[in-house]
Design a protein around this ligand. Structure first.
Ligand code: AMP
Length: 217
């Protein structure tokens, strides 16, 4: 599971880890954005939380993740969780859902707030598949068009100044306490999230492998 501030690189790195270990990438933010795009009832409900940068209530998110984890792919081969849990209530619910199994490791991507703010300002995403780009470091090959699926590359609706401020405030209040929560359970690995993305991926893979070896021994 990948933990970290908005803009720390969770999405990019979680996709890389899911490819490396050939397991599904489960990103609650992507699921909500897809629901909003589809115009479904649950999407409409989620939209005002997302636009304001607020957290969707625990019961809604927990129900969604419980359902997703019950699918055969996640059940058999494991998964990379991205953006969940974000509150202690969600972490409790996750541990109960996984019984009798446990998480292999919680990867805490550490990036300074000043760097995160810069990254969020230059972040662009594919409106269709959620692939992440940066106008400075990692633009799509053709401007505005996704390399992966040909979808439209846009700025996220919630990457506005007020929603970013709100999301970082909620991160400090609701999500940062999870760092200690998982450390107390022997599951936390802190990983430096700045520097070239390939190097960050190498550091993450090394931690996952180390925890897997420990669990196996
Ligand atoms: P993300 O793409 O992970 O930054 O998530 C985008 C938005 O989706 C968040 O700002 C929340 O409104 C909502 N969201 C995603 N994951 C969660 C979660 N675990 N708990 C509550 N809200 C969430």
């Amino acid at each position: 599971m990948v933990l970290g501030k908005q803009g720390a690189g969770k999405g990019t790195q979680a996709v890389r880890l899911s490819r490396h270990y050939v397991v599904p990438h489960i990103a609650t933010g992507d699921t909500f954005r897809a629901a909003v795009r589809s115009g479904s009832k649950s999407g409409l409900k989620a939209k005002h939380y997302l636009d304001a940068g607020d957290l969707v209530p625990d019961e809604v998110v927990n129900g969604m993740v419980r359902e997703r984890l019950s699918h055969q792919d996640a059940d058999h081969r494991g998964f990379v969780l991205d953006g969940f849990p974000r509150t202690v209530g969600q972490a409790d619910a996750l541990m109960a859902m996984l019984e009798p199994h446990r998480l292999d490791v919680v990867l805490n991507l550490e990036v300074d707030t000043s760097e995160v703010l810069e990254r969020l300002a230059s972040r662009r995403v594919c409106a269709d598949c959620g692939a992440n780009y940066s106008v400075h470091d990692n633009p799509s090959r053709v401007l505005g068009i996704c390399d992966v699926c040909g979808g439209e590359v846009v700025q996220r609706d919630d990457d506005t100044e007020s929603a970013i401020r709100r999301r970082l405030e909620l991160y400090e209040r609701e999500t940062a306490p999870l760092i200690e929560w998982f450390a107390d359970r022997g599951l936390l690995a802190n990983v430096v999230g700045s520097g070239p993305p390939d190097e960050v991926t190498d550091r993450l893979v090394a931690e996952v492998d180390r925890y897997k070896r420990l669990a196996g021994s």
